[in-house]
Design a protein around this ligand. Structure first.
Ligand code: CS2
Length: 495
């Protein structure tokens, strides 16, 4: 079977959308760090729309900071890939062309630094995941003992971390008298622009006080709220899509119809007219970010741990469990939403209804295991921030506590049938060691894990937090996840 490429574009079936511009006539204006499936189903599509609208100076050079697999898959396809949008009504295919160049940083860090130092490049965007910022999730501060940060301070011209590449490229632009690029974080972090600023400015200051001051004073770090559900691509997806295209695509991306991007409008060096392609440009992203992190991502993490422990492989399967679905609806409406500022968010009921419907999308095989990854980096903004707000208001946290307890049960690394769980987390070894030391004793295990300061901060020592978490963990040990969530949902009147 032929491969998707610029030459095979014209022969694609008529119902497959394709780039409505000359791929050879556009120029790179954005460098993106972390060219994964989410980026390719989200930002790269908005940019594809802008290129089609004639804004030809904003094409993307995408860089992987870890693996070469994306570049190896897409470079032979002239950077082209298929976006498959799926729901119960069917699947729409579109070939996206906005990724004009793909780099692999570990293989050639100089090429990436050169791309980021190009004056034509005015924006650097990031989807490097929560752990890619090398920060302490609880405080947001740069983790100066992080091995990649230590490396980047010792070898600044051959960085490994995203902050390292940003600081080195900025230093080169400053030395060459070129204006800094704007740094736009597109990761699920609270105040992701401010977090990016904190780690980048600190690393710069560790290199030189003058560089640190320049970054603080001259570089813009707008925040953004990003939203689209993008499961990992499977071989079944590849085969199905190739059959429809008539050519093979080594790495298509699969997603839902829903997409949202809310961006703080602070781009001193210019930007595409994103608002003409459905992006919401605002002065303050915080209310959108908080609502999304607490309502969508908080529910996702709770669904992932309770769902996985209950034996559900996908989110849609977990939502088909009426008790679990009712508990998630209760978590959103009765515990998370009350912590949000209704004056800023407006009525959240339609948004919550839509979230539940999105979770139920039968056409998306979004694995609970995929969402369960990196819990130590995700819990602070998804569940613990909500818990702090509830405790500050003197309000109960039963469902939130069950979510945290399910994470604790999950990171023991052994499921309810005694099988090993493939726990993916930067702190996995440490969490496992705590679980082995404390055993399956709810009080000891909850205490031991809550002592992980980078995750829980001072919350770990708060009995108003520890008591309900310990009770929920004891219930999970005694009854198993399915019966524990059933009993909780019934006890709280959700089911
Ligand atoms: C998910 C997110 O994997 C995860 O942690 O919760 O990727 C989620 O699908 C997106 O934030 C939705 O916008």
């Amino acid at each position: 079977m032929n491969r998707l490429s610029q030459t095979s574009l014209a022969a694609l079936p008529a119902d497959v959308a394709r780039p409505a511009y000359d791929l050879a006539a556009v120029n790179v204006g954005i460098v993106h760090l972390g060219v994964g499936a989410f980026h390719r189903a989200h930002q790269a599509v908005y940019v594809d729309d802008r290129l089609a609208a004639g804004e030809g100076d904003w094409a993307i050079c995408g860089a992987s900071l870890r693996a070469a697999d994306t570049a190896e898959a897409l470079t032979p396809q002239d950077g082209l890939y298929t976006l498959a949008t799926r729901d119960a009504s069917g699947e729409a295919l579109r070939v996206v062309g906005s990724l004009r160049n793909l780099l692999v940083a570990p293989a050639d860090p100089e090429a990436l630094l050169a791309a980021m130092s190009d004056p034509q490049v005015r924006i650097v965007t990031l989807t490097v995941t929560e752990k890619g910022y090398c920060h302490d999730p609880a405080s947001g501060r740069l983790n100066e003992d992080h091995p990649d940060i230590r490396h980047d301070l010792a070898s600044p011209a051959r960085p490994k971390s995203a902050p390292g590449f940003l600081v080195e490229a900025l230093a080169r632009r400053r030395a060459a008298g070129v204006a800094p690029f704007t740094i736009l974080s597109c990761d699920n972090l609270p105040s992701n622009g401010a977090t990016a600023r904190k780690v980048v400015a600190r690393l710069a200051a560790l290199r030189s006080a003058a560089l640190g001051r320049w970054v603080e004073g001259e570089v813009a770090f707008p925040s953004s709220m990003i939203d689209r559900i993008v499961p990992a691509t499977t071989d079944e997806d590849r085969a199905r899509i190739a059959a429809r295209l008539g050519v093979s695509d080594a790495w298509p991306v699969v997603t839902e119809p829903f997409t949202q991007w809310v961006v703080e409008d602070h781009f001193p060096t210019g930007r595409p007219r994103f608002e003409e392609s459905g992006v919401t440009m605002v002065a303050n992203v915080a209310p959108y970010e908080l609502a999304k992190l607490r309502l969508l991502n908080g529910s996702h993490s709770t669904l992932a741990y309770l769902g996985y422990l209950s034996g559900y492989e996908t989110v849609a399967e977990a939502m088909a469990d009426a008790k679990l679905a009712a508990l998630i609806a209760g978590l959103m409406a009765k515990e998370s939403a009350p912590t949000l500022d209704a004056r800023a968010t407006g009525d959240l009921a339609p948004y919550m209804r839509e979230l539940l419907a999105r979770f139920c999308n039968p056409a998306l095989r979004h694995r609970t295991w995929q969402i369960a990854m990196d819990g130590s980096q995700k819990l602070p903004q998804r569940l613990l921030g909500t818990i702090r707000a509830r405790l500050a208001a003197g309000a109960p946290i039963d469902r939130l506590a069950l979510g945290v307890a399910a994470w604790m049960r999950y990171v023991t690394g052994v499921d309810e049938q005694g099988r090993a769980i493939d726990v993916r987390d930067p702190l996995a070894a440490r969490l496992k060691a705590i679980a082995e030391r404390e055993g399956l004793d709810a009080a000891r295990l909850a205490r031991g894990l809550a002592d992980v300061n980078e995750v829980f901060g001072d919350l770990g020592a708060d009995p108003r937090f520890l008591a309900p978490v310990t009770a929920a963990l004891a219930k999970l040990f005694a009854l198993g996840a399915r019966r524990a969530l059933e009993e909780t949902a019934r006890g709280l009147g959700d089911a």
